[in-house]
Design a protein around this ligand. Structure first.
Ligand code: HEC
Length: 111
């Protein structure tokens, strides 16, 4: 009799701990899901698809964004368009460094 009472207590304890574990997992999942950033503008079809645009970082990283924006780092990943590229690709378009010779040119198909 006393032995079965202990077994029942153990069953109760197991049931309660399973319920508590499940409730804890639900709370943890809720916290993780609600803490996820709401990404708004991924660029589908581009090479940087699934990445945020640079401006999106500002809302959470204002100081880092400001320091990035005032340096050339903000320009190093621009798309190679005629509005962004400052170099003259028609004249003086070769460059040699450590024995490697490069020639820059603008293709007719590029904008
Ligand atoms: C919705 C808010 C949010 C946005 C938007 C966001 N971040 Fe973050 N970022 C965070 C949080 C929160 C952390 C974690 C900070 C920590 O734990 O120190 C983090 C961490 C980082 C880290 C790691 C810092 C470290 O010390 O390890 C880098 C790098 C970073 N973010 C860059 C970016 C860049 C680049 C963008 C934009 C493309 C961006 N983040 C957009 C919230 C954001």
């Amino acid at each position: 009799m006393r032995f079965s009472h202990i077994l029942n207590l153990q069953k109760d304890l197991l049931t309660k701990s399973l319920i508590l574990t499940f409730a804890g997992l639900l709370v943890a999942a809720g916290v993780v899901l609600s803490a996820r950033p709401a990404y708004r503008s991924v660029r589908s079809g581009y090479a940087d698809e699934n990445y945020l645009k640079s401006g999106e970082c500002r809302s959470c990283h204002a100081d880092h964004y400001a320091s990035w924006a005032r340096t050339y780092h903000s320009r190093m990943t621009q798309e190679a368009r005629s509005t962004n590229v400052q170099g003259d690709f028609m004249r003086d378009n070769t460059f040699e460094y450590l024995g490697v010779k490069a020639r820059m040119e603008k293709l007719a198909s590029s904008s």
